[in-house]
Design a protein around this ligand. Structure first.
Ligand code: UD1
Ligand code: CA
Length: 426
């Protein structure tokens, strides 16, 4: 679609969150709700995006950065007034300019749904095309009022609805495409004649009907994606839906997730086939895990870590800014930070990499085939050489690299001898 833009309304305080942080900056996974909305709009194919800020606008602007143009709504007079902040934007003055309006508190609306709505708007002539859904409990949402012929005539907000309107199950999701010229004309005619004394964007529908402009709708059947987050409980519900979507996607790629309910996987995680993830495991964003691994239970893999094929990471193992090579075992109670662990390494129970000296985070290397004894502490920066071994409870101190095939023991660790035969099967 030509001359297509989007605006995300994000000026509200979100009082029901009871927070010092603006509602739309509360996170789903590692990303604020607003980030989800921006990414979904972009993935829906829209490049030119505006964000309307208001409450703590500088915080929101900092987050948005260069991804979108922020405009400040000085007084929060309602959703129509929020959109009205766009009135002086030159790009929207083009004759056939179109705009997608979405709220910053609907983080689950997918790129696919956005594309479907845009397609419908393009194919049928209308002043507005909007997304609706029928839900059993429509409490809190604007109701879609249709006439006898089934045409949308207006939207009534919960506060202003009578008992009959309250019983309507078809609700306004808060996703619309407008022809900008017609939208601006309609906003000018809106009055704050409602309980909240706000300028409601939803009143644009009635105004457009008065000018005989058609209102089209797309009905989604996905009851989950339309969720508007208005409270912390709402945020938890949205997170749950989003998280299970991610987990299902990963399962569909050939991964066994034993218990999706207790497995927390963030976005952009890749896991190879036939890997098994046991319960109570947290895998943060951008992590890559190979095939045939076993992960968890109770394992935490922090953002960006890389795990190769056939690796076993057991209970209470935390990986942080680290890489683990293939066929390596780290099975019990270990912290591995800023470390490159090579292939065929065995890391004994309770091994800790002391990567932080109070000032800097230092690097550790555990080279191919090394055998780290139970309860070893590796004080970074340090390297354990190929096929080297550390004895139980050894403290390998800073820069005291363990040569290839050496055995070190004690506190501080000292070389005992060179390894003749490598321990273990591998
Ligand atoms: C809104 C819709 C409702 C719909 C629901 C879907 C209106 C009047 N109502 O209700 O029909 O069913 O969303 O989730 O639009 N905002 C501003 N400036 C303002 C006021 C709000 O930017 O002056 C922003 C908020 O930050 C929020 C969004 O607009 O992100 C929606 O506002 P909110 O107060 O949450 O509207 P709802 O009552 O949920
Ligand atoms: Ca809302």
């Amino acid at each position: 679609m030509k001359n297509l833009n989007a605006v995300i309304l994000a000026a509200g305080e979100g009082t029901r969150m009871k927070s010092n942080c603006p509602k739309i900056l509360h996170k789903l996974g590692s990303k604020p709700m607003l980030g989800h909305v921006m990414d979904n709009v972009q993935a829906g194919g829209i490049k030119n995006i505006f964000v309307i800020t208001g409450y703590k606008s500088s915080m929101v602007e900092t987050y948005v950065g260069k991804k979108a143009k922020c405009l400040q709504q000085k007084k929060l007079l309602g959703t129509a007034d929020a959109v009205w902040q766009l009135k002086n934007e030159a790009i929207l003055k083009k004759k056939d300019a179109k705009i997608l309006v979405i709220y910053g508190d609907t983080p689950l609306i997918s790129a696919q749904t956005i594309q479907d709505l845009l397609k419908t708007h393009e194919s049928k002539k209308a002043g507005c095309t909007l997304l609706t859904v029928k839900i059993k409990d429509p409490t809190g949402y604007g109701r879609i009022v249709r006439n006898g012929a089934g045409k949308i005539i207006k939207i009534v907000e919960e506060n202003d609805a009578d008992v009959y309107q309250k019983a309507i199950e078809e609700i306004n999701v808060g996703l619309y495409v407008f022809n900008v010229l017609e939208l601006f004309e309609a906003i000018k005619r809106i009055k704050p004649n409602n309980k909240k004394k706000e300028y409601y964007l939803t009143d644009v529908i009635e105004q457009m009907r008065k000018k005989n402009l058609a209102i089209n709708s797309v009905e989604t059947i996905d009851q989950d994606e339309i969720l508007g987050v208005n409270s912390r409980v709402g945020l938890v519900r949205a997170y749950e839906i989003w998280r299970l979507r991610i987990v299902e996607n990963i399962i569909n790629q050939g991964v066994t997730i034993v218990d999706p309910k207790t497995t927390y996987i963030d976005e952009n995680v890749k896991i190879g086939k036939d890997t098994v993830v046991y319960p109570f495991t947290v895998i943060e964003k951008d992590v890559v895990i190979g095939e045939d691994c076993t992960i968890g239970p109770f394992c935490r893999i922090r953002a960006g870590c890389k795990v190769a094929d056939d690796v076993s990471l057991g209970n209470f193992v935390e990986l942080n800014r680290s890489e683990v090579g293939s066929h390596t075992r780290i099975k019990h109670q270990s912290y591995i930070g800023d470390t490159k662990v090579s292939q065929k390494v065995n890391v004994g129970a309770g091994t800790i990499v002391a990567n932080y000296d109070g000032k800097n985070k230092n690097k550790t290397i555990i080279d191919t085939g090394a055998f780290i004894g139970t309860g070893t502490i590796l004080v970074a920066p340090v390297k354990v050489g190929k096929q080297a071994m550390t004895g139980a409870g050894a403290v390998v101190t800073k820069n005291k690299n363990v040569p290839d095939k050496a055995i070190v023991v004690g506190v501080p660790a000292k070389i005992l001898k060179k390894v003749k035969k490598v321990k273990g099967k591998r």
